[in-house]
Design a protein. Structure first.
Ligand SMILES: CC(C)(COP(=O)(O)OP(=O)(O)OC[C@H]1O[C@@H](n2cnc3c(N)ncnc32)[C@H](O)[C@@H]1OP(=O)(O)O)[C@@H](O)C(=O)NCCC(=O)NCCS
Length: 163
């Protein structure tokens, strides 16, 4: 198996064949992701095995975002300017149901963070933000250091640190 992450290309990748077990995320990939790319709303990346390059094993979508200063912890807020802080949102992230629990989620998240760190060479990004839809998803992101931006919401953020 030779895994690769590529920008979604509807001509090459079988969007309709992807099933992560969450209908709204399947539908996003098959019906909205390409439109969102064209409109500059989000850019989607897919995980594939180069031996079966049409078959999508997982995906994530990135968008520019901001996070209000007040939503950061006191410690994180120190030394930051007093206006909305630049961030990148992982709007969606999902792995194929058949490979659940085999590291696909971790691989996608690591790849997304690597890509976001590279983007810092072009524009300022303080943190990665995600909206965790339920407790298990929140537990997944917390494992990697994401923290709540406020106790009332499931928005989580991960400061990228210096560098
Ligand atoms: C959330 C999701 C991406 C996790 O992917 P996965 O491939 O099952 O996770 P991985 O195998 O990479 O697990 C990585 C680590 O997270 C942990 N983890 C995974 N799911 C977890 C959960 N529900 N609760 C707590 N920890 C979890 C794993 O135990 C593993 O830890 P380890 O390295 O110490 O063993 C996957 O469950 C998924 O696609 N769900 C459906 C779509 C969805 O809800 N997406 C999120 C919101 S957009």
């Amino acid at each position: 198996m030779t895994l690769a992450v590529q920008e979604l290309d509807p001509k090459r990748h079988d969007r309709a064949g992807f099933d992560c077990g969450v209908e709204v995320l399947n539908r996003y990939l098959s019906r909205l992701a390409a439109q969102h790319r064209a409109k500059g709303i989000a850019t989607t990346f897919v995980l594939i095995d180069l031996k079966q390059p049409a078959q999508i094993q997982g995906y994530y979508a990135l968008s520019a975002a901001t996070i209000e200063l007040e939503r950061l912890t006191d410690a994180d807020r120190k030394g930051l300017p007093d206006y909305p802080i630049p961030a990148v949102r992982i709007g969606r992230l999902a792995g194929s149901l058949v490979a659940r629990g085999q590291g696909v989620g971790a691989l996608l998240l690591q790849n997304a963070i690597k890509r976001i760190l590279l983007a810092r060479g072009t524009l300022g990004v303080y943190a990665v933000v995600v909206e965790a839809k339920d407790d298990p998803v929140e537990a997944f992101y917390r494992k990697y250091g994401f923290r709540r931006s406020d106790s009332q919401s499931r928005q989580l953020y991960l400061p990228l640190g210096a560098g």
